[in-house]
Design a protein around this ligand. Structure first.
Ligand code: ADP
Ligand code: AMP
Length: 215
């Protein structure tokens, strides 16, 4: 199946992605992780992306679209996949439809809905592992007492764009550029909306239930 996880920054997309990809047995990718990987390797794309990410705005469509469609070609081919954080603009959604035009297209878009106050609370308490990218939260999903990643033992850090100044901008950008995709996919009949303000396990259970729900 070809599935997209849609939702505002902090909704819990990354937290749920691994279990959904495992359930579907498909490769998964977060566009934000691809950009962070380019930054770590100090590539030209990484340096370009950093200047946008630091400000909490979107990286331009043309570079984002080619980065993700190349990932699809090399990692998923014509098989299934799970995308987290892409598409984020109507231009990206149309480009994805174009890239999938010789397949049956996307099967599901899972929209995780979370209120603004909760998003701010989640983003400003988020801790991410430098080693494997696993995500924790200081209060709601705390790392083990030794303060290192539960999965790989890696160092945990706070993302630069989770600072309160950048968080406000990211939410603004989400509402103006990404939220219109909710209607785009609702009209296509493939959107499933899930209440993201439940426990991590419950959100995961409901998302998996929605993947198989009738069209
Ligand atoms: P996204 O990938 O959508 O930006 P994350 O998966 O990184 O969001 O989650 C943002 C923060 O919220 C993390 O600190 C994560 O541990 C926490 N979180 C995720 N899901 C829940 C949930 N259902 N309840 C409480 N906290 C959550
Ligand atoms: P994320 O890890 O999903 O929170 O993304 C972090 C940042 O990476 C965003 O604030 C954007 O600057 C950039 N980014 C990630 N995905 C996209 C995308 N699909 N389009 C444009 N920019 C993106």
């Amino acid at each position: 199946m070809k599935v997209v996880l849609l939702g505002p920054p902090g909704a819990g997309k990354g937290t749920q992605a691994a279990r959904i990809a495992e359930y579907l047995d498909v490769p998964s990718v977060a566009s934000g992780d691809l950009f962070r990987d380019h930054q770590k390797r100090d590539t030209e794309l990484g340096r370009l992306a950093r200047s946008y990410m630091q400000r909490g705005v979107l990286v331009p469509d043309e570079v984002t679209i080619s980065m993700v469609t190349e990932w699809i070609e090399t990692e998923a081919g014509t098989g299934g996949f799970l995308l987290d954080g892409f598409p984020r603009t109507l231009g990206q959604a149309e480009a994805l439809d174009g890239a999938l035009s010789n397949t049956d297209g996307l099967d599901r878009v899972l929209y995780i809905r979370v209120s603004n106050d909760e998003l701010v609370r989640r983003l400003t308490g988020r801790l991410v592992c430098r080693g494997c990218g696993a995500t924790f939260h200081r209060v709601s999903n705390p790392p083990p007492a030794h303060g290192a990643c539960e999965d790989c033992g890696g160092e945990l850090y706070e993302r630069e764009d989770d600072r309160p100044e950048a968080v406000g901008k990211r939410l603004e950008v989400y509402f103006s550029e990404t939220a219109p995709l909710i209607d785009y996919y609702r009209e296509a009949g493939i959107l499933r909306e899930v209440d993201g303000e439940q426990s991590i396990d419950e959100v995961g259970r409901v998302l998996i239930g929605e993947i198989g729900s009738g069209s």
